[in-house]
Write a protein that binds this ligand. Structure first.
Ligand SMILES: Cc1cc2nc3c(=O)[nH]c(=O)nc-3n(C[C@H](O)[C@H](O)[C@H](O)COP(=O)(O)OP(=O)(O)OC[C@H]3O[C@@H](n4cnc5c(N)ncnc54)[C@H](O)[C@@H]3O)c2cc1C
Length: 536
């Protein structure tokens, strides 16, 4: 008889109420825990997975690494002198995030293995009622750090469920699968595919890449960081700060090509063509790998070993999308058939149809998904949405980047969130809600700027665009401008509901009860607090 498995201890219940509830413990959620705690805010972070790390926990495929230099792709308040490479591998970035949690002592604020399943704004109590896999709780403020690139997008390929080999998405890599000596297909030519292809090309029997669109690929120049440099950075942190500032400026300058004068990116196209010429001698393969749209329209990729991997005699590029699967055979749109043992879907993520939007219900009973279905994802300053009081996004609509580190964006949005909480505390507000007019004006401005960017004019279709062709993912400006725009919350863009309009009393069991807004008084106080009142 089998010995009974030891019973897992019951997890501690969640508190009944928290001031700030954050969904997700990736860069955004961890950053929120660190910075809000410093401000003395009460924070709870719920993470559905068993560990923190987000992107860097989920993406364990061979070759996974950042594509913005690590000295820039980390928190400004937590530099890491120990990066071993210019572009750190996934394991190091995950270890860095664990270290940040440890260093800033926020581990006890993060509950892993608890998924938020629904959140509903309750107008009378001015609180979020949140359901989780570990029970319900309420929160004054709800912060989505649920990420934009963590819900795998699976292609709708007829017959894929009949595939007789192994099939998996790049973000759900199965470490038990041994691809050595197997016939393997990769679908996709984005940032994940160009890291996977070189990492497996040598060990598989054959590799076939299904390419709908060729990518612009530039030299990566990844290097090991010499020991003396790491020691110097550890000893004199200022030197690493200067190095980071230079990296930041180098990236920032390129934004001019993306958002202002796309012709500037022709220099990148020349570099990309030269890179292709230098690395691929076969003219047919070169032609297949030459992009037919302007550089920057899709994400520009960095690699020194992607082209050499595709030039191997065991590799093949099918210049066509995967159309059908029949048993062990993959059939491309152009009719090419290939039999394979394993199929890797490097097909990206659900970016403009965020799963978290389906679980958040606002003031008028509609979900964020339903609201955004009308005119695309949008938020005031990428952070707040009319009809959804006390809800803040980190990495919200139109805050993604094509040219620099997303951690910079996260820190900008954290500054905005902190100022919002400060404003609420100082003004004694129970609720803060973006006005419709401020949100409309912000989005009109975003769309006006977006119209001249390479993402709109570059002649491609990309994951930056939603089903209607709107670019709702990216920020059409510099990170400096985004930082300026999110430095302070402007109360004139918000309706503030004073705490005095929501009366709460404690019942005999110790829980808070709410009587609801006091008619008339509430309206008067709202009028008094909104508008252009001077900051205290
Ligand atoms: C392979 C890859 C490489 C990348 N490389 C770079 C790079 O080099 N530079 C760069 O700037 N950006 C890069 N990015 C983008 C990257 O996603 C961001 O830089 C950053 O990691 C986003 O952090 P986040 O915390 O917002 O989201 P995530 O890291 O996605 O974390 C979100 C977390 O929320 C959790 N969550 C979601 N829903 C729920 C729920 N309902 N309940 C509880 N928890 C939930 C998820 O499990 C996850 O842990 C890369 C992305 C990928 C996929």
């Amino acid at each position: 008889m089998n010995a009974a498995a030891p019973a897992r201890p019951e997890p501690d219940p969640l508190p009944q109420h928290v001031r700030v509830l954050v969904i997700g413990a990736g860069f955004a959620g961890i950053g929120a825990a660190v910075t809000l705690t410093r401000d003395g805010q009460e924070v709870l972070v719920l993470e559905r997975a068993d560990d923190v790390g987000g992107t860097w926990r989920d993406n364990t495929y061979p070759g996974c690494a950042c594509d913005v230099q690590s000295d820039l792709y980390c928190f400004s308040f937590a530099p890491n002198p120990a990066w071993t490479r210019t572009f750190a591998p996934q394991r190091e970035i995950l270890a860095y995030l664990h270290d940040v949690v440890r260093r800033f002592k926020v581990g006890h604020l993060i509950r892993c293995g608890v998924a938020v399943t629904a959140a509903r704004w309750d107008e009378p109590t001015a609180r979020w009622h949140v359901s989780t896999t570990l029970g319900d709780l309420t929160a004054d403020v709800l912060v989505s750090g649920a990420g934009g690139l963590n819900e795998p997008k699976l292609p709708n390929v007829p017959g894929i469920d009949t595939f007789t080999g192994q099939v998996f998405h790049s973000a759900r890599w199965d470490p038990s699968i041994d691809l050595r000596g197997r016939d393997v297909a990769v679908v996709g030519t984005g940032a994940s595919a160009i890291q996977i292809v070189p990492s497996i090309a040598e060990s598989v029997a054959s590799l076939v890449l299904f390419q709908r669109t060729a990518a612009w690929v530039l030299p990566r120049r990844d290097k090991a960081v010499p020991g003396w440099k790491r020691r110097l950075f550890a000893l004199v942190p200022f030197v690493q700060k200067v190095s980071r500032a230079l990296l930041y400026l180098t990236h920032e300058i390129t934004v001019l090509g993306f958002v202002w004068r796309p012709f500037i990116l022709r220099a990148a196209e020349r570099m990309g063509r030269a890179h292709l010429r230098n690395q691929v001698s076969d003219p047919h393969l070169r032609a297949v790998l030459t992009p037919t749209y302007h550089a920057g329209c899709k994400r520009v990729l960095l690699s020194d070993d992607y082209y050499p991997a595709l030039s191997r005699h065991t590799s093949e590029v099918v210049p066509s999308a995967l159309a059908t699967v029949e048993g062990d055979t993959l059939i491309a749109e152009d009719g090419t058939k290939r039999r394979v043992d394993a199929l890797i879907l490097a097909t990206g993520f659900e970016v403009s149809d965020l799963p978290v939007a389906r679980m958040i219900t606002g003031k008028d009973g509609r979900t964020l998904h339903d609201v955004w279905a009308v005119d695309g994802m949008q938020a005031l300053r990428g952070s707040t949405v009319h009809g959804f009081p006390n809800l803040f996004f980190l990495v919200g609509p139109n805050t993604g980047l094509g040219h620099s580190s997303m951690v910079h964006v996260i820190e900008s949005q954290l500054a905005y969130l902190r100022d919002a909480l400060r404003t609420m505390d100082e003004r004694g507000c129970a609720a803060i809600e973006a006005t419709d007019s401020a949100q409309q004006a912000w989005n009109a401005d975003v769309r006006r700027h977006m119209a001249r960017t390479i993402w709109t004019t570059g002649g491609c279709s990309s994951w930056y665009q939603d089903a209607a062709g709107r670019v709702t993912v990216l920020w059409p400006g510099s990170t400096l401008r985004l930082r300026r725009e999110t430095r302070r919350l402007d109360p004139a863009e918000y309706t503030l509901t004073p705490a005095a309009a929501v009366t709460r009393r404690t019942d005999r069991h110790g829980s808070e009860q709410v009587d609801g807004p006091i008619d008339g008084l509430a309206d008067g106080l709202v009028d008094g607090l909104t508008g252009t009142g001077a900051r205290p």
